[in-house]
Design a protein around this ligand. Structure first.
Ligand SMILES: [Cu+2]
Length: 155
């Protein structure tokens, strides 16, 4: 569109100059000087939009590198019991089980179900595909009823 508009302006100016000055060699020289700055202007505006696109890509890369969320699970709690995530962005939970009992980490609505771990650490990775407030809990025995649960807020 922009290039089309510039070309129309250039053609109009060239036509105007021809009419005014006639078909002399002097008028050809002035046409050349008139066209050159217009072409430079178009090139500059194209380079400008490429820079904007690069900036957007950099921003997305930065947001995707979120640090892992450390959660401790014991009898019968998760600490912290409120965590946050962003929709469409991978989440890594570094889950540490303490106290000698097996525990796991489950979110029904997001199809998250980890293996059970008795003592030690487990990385749980998932990507929330919807916004909302979801309960995470331990599915071992009656741990959930005893209070081993928490809330994930996805924005
Ligand atoms: Cu448990």
């Amino acid at each position: 569109m922009m290039i089309g508009v510039f070309l129309i302006i250039v053609v109009a100016l060239v036509g105007f100059l021809f009419m005014k000055k006639g078909k002399t060699s002097a008028s050809k020289t002035s046409i050349t000087t008139l066209v050159s700055p217009t072409v430079t202007q178009i090139t500059e505006s194209v380079e400008g939009s490429e820079i904007v696109a690069d900036d957007i890509q950099t921003a997305e890369t930065t947001v995707a590198q979120e640090s892992p969320i450390a959660i401790e699970g014991g009898s019968f709690y998760f600490k912290p019991n409120i965590i946050n995530a962003k929709v469409g962005q991978p989440v890594t939970i570094k889950f540490t089980s303490v106290g000698g009992m097996p525990h796991d980490f489950v979110i029904d609505e997001l199809n998250v179900k980890s293996e059970r771990v008795t003592e030690g650490e487990l990385d749980i990775q998932f990507t929330p595909d919807k916004v909302g407030t979801f309960e995470f809990y331990c599915s071992v025995g009656n741990h959930r009823k005893m209070g081993m649960k928490g809330t994930l807020v996805v924005e």
